[in-house]
Design a protein around this ligand. Structure first.
Ligand SMILES: [Fe+2]
Length: 518
């Protein structure tokens, strides 16, 4: 990006780029007085490695006010990590700078911890202490581990329901939570809201900060963050519905949209336990990454928004998605990419190098082809991988020819459970199954009438299961021999903390792609 453009974008939002160099000078001796506890947004940890983890909090005594109710000054935040839940044996401590430029968010990258064990942590600032929370390091590189338990979640429109799914996860004995996008929603939509955003669509940095703060005030979401480390990738609603790289669905002027994207990315960074390498620069943020768990699992976390080609065959003067029929030749253009060329190569190289038993492609949407038009006509939703069939074919061909160990694709976005067989050619019954796909339903976002999904089944024989009527998450237990996924469903999300059931369980055996209902 040219310096002129960077100046324009950062200037437009009043941003600085001095995060890493934020001075600690004003903390010494200062005891800032807050109007209440500054830890209203909770604490979180994320991106565990075998020697450390990222610890996060943000000081915001009045979280829904501009600036979070903080004075516009640098505040020292003490942190400590212990080996017990009472913080009796502290093994590391330090002080981090919370700066107004970064909304008084703190990201501490702790290193020098032992692999594969639980730790507890807390923060202090201005005489106030946060709650004590729990986190876990990843196993040593290449270590043979017996199992990993994690949950994955996506699509948590705040107005559509309560986060009882996160409350139920607390009983699941999880090592990790994986979030696959739509962590916040920019827009209000749907029916029968149980609570309100209380504000119109965000556009500025302050708007997005307040939107993230609103979501983070939810006690059940905070509790899930405090229970174990998270890893996360975003989808469209963290910025704007159906955006693709620099193109919004309303085809706003490019520079205007990139300034909005910069604000949204920055607020996302400020509110998630992300690594230093993910610090955004203007509208750019390197979110895709790999997270290994010993020799058992390698997560390949993908960003399907920032680098994607514009959706094909959008209506005149618009961006965003459509149902494209066979007449849309642009859809089959091999130059279209969902991940962008650099990330495509990065993913292939990572799969090539991986020695993990299970390779998890953690991404936003549904990867399988889904013909959405019942009967002989065909129609494909261009915001999912169906908008980019040549890129999907490149990836699935790579899986077929290079045979990385047990690829499993997990996704969200569609507010429904979908269990599919991934094949290089979905139209050829003899095309081999090269990977397993299990898409999780939404935490709260409203879904589909089941008749609609049922009507699509006959045209899509590689789909093993589809249910759009329920909200929930997927709970996974992975061992060297088997992947076991419980599709967890809330009885309702319009009441807080409803009961949760297992709708169905699918297993994948080592070396045999394709999930089988248990
Ligand atoms: Fe969504």
């Amino acid at each position: 990006m040219s310096l002129t453009r960077r100046r324009l974008l950062t200037g437009a939002l009043g941003l600085g780029v001095t995060h890493a160099a934020a001075p600690l000078t004003r903390r010494a001796g200062a005891r800032p007085r807050f109007t209440g506890s500054p830890f209203t947004l909770g604490v979180a940890s994320g991106y565990p490695s075998s020697s450390g983890v990222v610890l996060w909090t943000r000081l915001a005594p009045m979280p829904l006010q501009p600036g979070g109710g903080m004075p516009p000054e640098v505040v020292g935040v003490e942190w400590e990590v212990a080996t017990d839940e009472r913080m009796g044996t502290v093994v590391q401590r330090g002080t981090a700078a919370a700066t107004p430029e970064w909304a008084h968010a703190v990201h501490v990258e702790v290193d020098g911890l032992e692999p594969g064990r639980w730790y507890w942590y807390r923060f202090r600032a201005g005489g106030e202490a946060s709650a004590i929370a729990r986190t876990r390091t990843a196993p040593a590189a290449g270590a043979a581990i017996e199992r990993l338990r994690f949950a994955y979640a996506s699509c948590q429109q705040y107005e559509h329901g309560y986060y009882g799914a996160y409350h139920r996860m607390l009983a699941d004995d999880l090592d990790l939570v994986v979030h696959l996008g739509d962590y916040v929603y920019e827009s209000s939509w749907g029916r029968d809201h149980v609570r309100t955003h209380g504000a119109p669509e965000p556009h500025t940095l302050e708007d997005y900060r307040i939107r993230h703060a609103l979501y983070k005030t939810d006690a059940d979401l905070q509790a899930a963050h405090a229970a174990c480390p998270w890893i996360a990738v975003w989808d469209d609603h963290e910025v704007d519905n159906d955006y693709a790289d620099d193109r919004s669905q309303h085809a706003h002027p490019r520079e205007w949209f990139l300034a909005r994207r910069a604000a949204a990315y920055r607020a996302y960074y400020e509110h998630m336990p992300l690594r230093r390498q993910m610090v955004p620069l203007g509208p750019h943020m390197r979110l895709y990454s790999r997270v290994p768990f010993g020799s058992l699992v390698q997560f390949h976390l993908l960003d399907g928004r920032q680098f994607r080609s514009h959706q094909p065959c959008a209506s005149a003067g618009r961006g965003g998605a459509t149902i494209a029929d066979e007449a849309c030749a642009e859809r089959r253009d091999p130059r279209l990419s969902l991940l962008g060329e650099v990330q495509e190569r990065w993913l292939e190289a990572g799969l090539e190098r991986s020695r993990a038993r299970w390779n998890v492609l953690a991404q936003q949407s549904i990867m399988a082809q889904v013909d959405r038009k019942p009967g002989p006509e065909r129609g494909f939703w261009t915001d999912s991988w169906d908008g980019y069939p040549a890129a999907r074919r490149r990836l699935l061909d790579h899986l077929e020819s290079r045979k990385p160990s047990n690829p499993v694709v997990i996704g969200g976005d569609v507010h429904a459970f979908w269990v599919t067989d991934l094949k290089p050619d979905f139209d050829d019954a003899r095309s081999p199954v090269v990977a397993t796909e299990i898409v999780g339903t939404s935490i709260t976002s409203q879904g589909w009438r089941q008749e609609v999904l049922d009507a699509q089944r006959a045209d899509n024989p590689h789909v093993r299961f589809a249910d759009g009527t329920r909200r929930g998450y997927v709970r996974v237990e992975v061992t060297p021999r088997q992947w076991r996924a419980d599709l967890r469903t809330m009885r309702t999300v319009t009441q807080p903390r409803a009961e949760c059931d297992t709708l169905a369980t699918f297993v994948v055996d080592d070396g045999r792609p394709g999930a089988v209902r248990a």
